[in-house]
Write a protein that binds this ligand. Structure first.
Ligand code: C2O
Ligand code: CU
Ligand code: CU
Length: 570
């Protein structure tokens, strides 16, 4: 054998060896953005996931997914969201307690090329939240493209605890999703994928120090649940759920995380330097009725991960950092949940299959629905009084489990089929998996934000089901709110006009406050959307091209509209 031949054999056997052992890629850690101002640009882009053709993706500031926003409780945050994609979209702040008009649900459509500027004061507990598109009937497609991002809220209680908090080192953000790549490397628009992505990384691996490590995990999948555990079956501690810390860490070896849910866990890698372990989905044990537990070989739900165990993230233990966290606090916080005795009412929400219901023609024979009704964006399903505590009873007669999500509030699960939830589910939640034929009761207080004109959503967080109409909406109303007399004057002027950067508004009547301002071109294309704008410093127009625009102001109390023309110079 000559030398060239020998080299060829060597290369061949190296490749063979490599193919036998998974090729890991380092877990991508999303960039961090801190406030109070956040600029987010949603765009159509592409990413090299695999050899060959690039994959067309949606990214926020980058080429897949988006940055992690760091919010501090008590701070006001100002978001400047620019839709540079070719489609209309929305951006919803999942889990945030904020005014409905800032919430980014299906009513806050951002047309292509427009800028949307919501802002709010952060009232949530420290925890992991996220943002994603919520355009009705398009949510699945836009989330599959990759549009979304994480939010980490910090607060004084969490900050005072001795917990891992060094982002990307001992505090690892982890977004788990799945995708199918077609033969030209493009994402298939399907509820299940054949391949796991961890923060958009295929076959991901992360170095973790030999100490206590925190994983902040979001199930960002369209439909699949992940029954999380480690390849060596080690125990780990659950410290937080959707809406913040548990009272105390709870030891488990598995945690079922359904679409939209978050969990924060602590894993002890003390004196394990040089070893590695896989975070896995132990989905082979899931029932047929749990998303991810089905075993379809083909068809629209066919995928290779159904009812199987598979790796999510390889964790490679390296040496300790300086000042490592080596012990886990025994208590975390003292949550004060609403009291059942204070509930104004119990609202029953049914989850069912249209097969057993009237009007299967309209609903389709196999649609999943809430309250025997498909979502109708012009129909308000429920009206909640501001400051009321309510019990919501989710009553399923469905053959399938559905992760139920509600906007505006975090809730406490009272019972599952009459039994108190497990300790690892007994914290603040905004998504709960309602299993087949199960009744789940939760309690929540609807405080701070009332707006009769703008609803919040509740829906199944399986984006396919949501798009197909498994969604409803509610308004929170303030019974003491008096709308103003219809004869009030609503004269509007702007200055300076023309203007080169900022524009100021003047109303004749002191009663007028801007509920919503939109700015559009004279041909009617919306370029800027300003919910409840603060107008003391005028409106920043620096992102607008020179030209003539029409500003339309909606008054808060009367909901009357008025328009004015202005010119943006240079
Ligand atoms: Cu994460 Cu209404 O959604
Ligand atoms: Cu939400
Ligand atoms: Cu569902």
């Amino acid at each position: 054998m000559n030398r060239i031949c020998l080299t060829a054999v060597l290369i061949f056997s190296l490749q063979f060896f490599n193919n036998l052992h998974a090729q890991y890629n380092s877990l991508l850690i999303p960039d961090i953005l801190t406030g109070p101002n956040f600029n987010l640009v949603m765009k159509d882009t592409f990413k090299q996931f695999k050899p060959g053709q690039q994959t067309i993706t949606g990214g926020i500031n980058g080429n897949f997914w988006g940055p992690t926003l760091i919010f501090n409780q008590g701070d006001s945050v100002f978001l400047n969201v620019e839709n540079n994609t070719n489609d209309s979209t929305t951006l919803h702040w999942h889990g945030m307690h904020l005014p409905a008009v800032m919430d980014g649900g299906p009513h806050q459509v951002i047309p292509p090329g427009a800028i949307w500027r919501p802002y709010w004061k952060v009232r949530n507990n420290a925890g992991l939240y996220w943002f994603h598109p919520h355009l009705h009937e398009m949510t699945m497609e836009q989330v599959i493209a990759g549009l979304g991002g994480l939010i980490i809220v910090r607060d004084p209680i969490e900050s005072a605890l001795s917990l891992p908090r060094t982002y990307g080192v001992d505090d690892i953000p982890l977004v788990i999703t799945d995708r199918t790549f077609n033969s030209s490397n493009q994402f298939s628009i399907e509820p299940y994928g054949d391949t796991v992505l961890a923060n958009g990384t295929l076959n991901a691996s992360q170095n973790v120090p030999a100490q206590i490590v925190r994983l902040r995990v979001l199930n960002g999948a369209i439909e699949r649940s992940f029954n999380l555990g480690f390849s060596d079956n080690r125990n780990f501690k659950v410290i937080g759920t959707d809406g913040g810390l548990l009272d105390a860490p709870v030891t488990v070896s598995r945690y079922l995380l359904s679409a939209g849910e978050r969990v924060e866990i602590l894993v002890d890698f003390g004196s394990q330097s040089g070893t590695n372990v896989n975070l896995k989905a132990f989905n082979s044990t899931l029932a047929n009725s749990i998303p991810g537990g089905e075993n379809f070989q083909n068809g629209p739900f066919g995928n290779t991960l159904g009812r199987r165990d598979f790796n999510i993230l390889n964790l490679n233990v390296v040496s300790q950092t300086s000042n490592p966290i080596t012990t886990i606090p025994s208590t975390l916080t003292t949550n004060v949940f609403p009291n059942e005795a204070d509930a104004a009412l119990t609202r029953v929400i049914t989850l069912s299959d249209s097969a057993g219901v009237t009007n299967p023609v309209i609903l389709g024979p196999n649609a999943f629905i809430l309250e025997h009704k498909l979502f109708d964006i012009n129909y308000n399903n429920h009206t909640v009084n501001l400051n009321d505590t309510e019990i919501w009873e989710l009553k399923s007669t469905s053959v399938f489990a559905h992760p139920f999500h509600i906007h505006d509030v975090e809730f406490k699960i009272l019972t599952r089929n009459g039994v108190a939830p497990s300790a690892s589910e007994a914290g603040w939640k905004d998504v709960v998996l309602v299993k087949s034929n199960e009744t789940v009761r939760f309690i929540a207080k609807f405080d701070d934000f009332a707006d009769a004109a703008h609803p919040f959503m509740y829906h199944c967080h399986i984006a396919l089901h949501e798009d197909e109409g498994m969604m409803g909406q509610f308004v929170v109303v303030d019974p003491s709110f008096v709308s103003s007399s219809p004869d009030m004057k609503f004269n509007l002027s702007v200055f300076p006009n023309p203007t080169d950067e900022r524009i100021y508004l003047k109303f004749d009547d002191e009663e007028i406050t801007a509920y919503y301002i939109t700015i559009s071109t004279i041909s009617g294309r919306t370029v800027m959307m300003l919910p409840q704008p603060q107008l003391i410093n005028g409106i920043d127009l620096s992102e607008l091209k020179p030209g003539t625009y029409i500003m339309t102001v909606t008054d808060k109390k009367s909901k009357k509209k008025n328009s004015v023309k202005f010119v943006k110079s240079n």
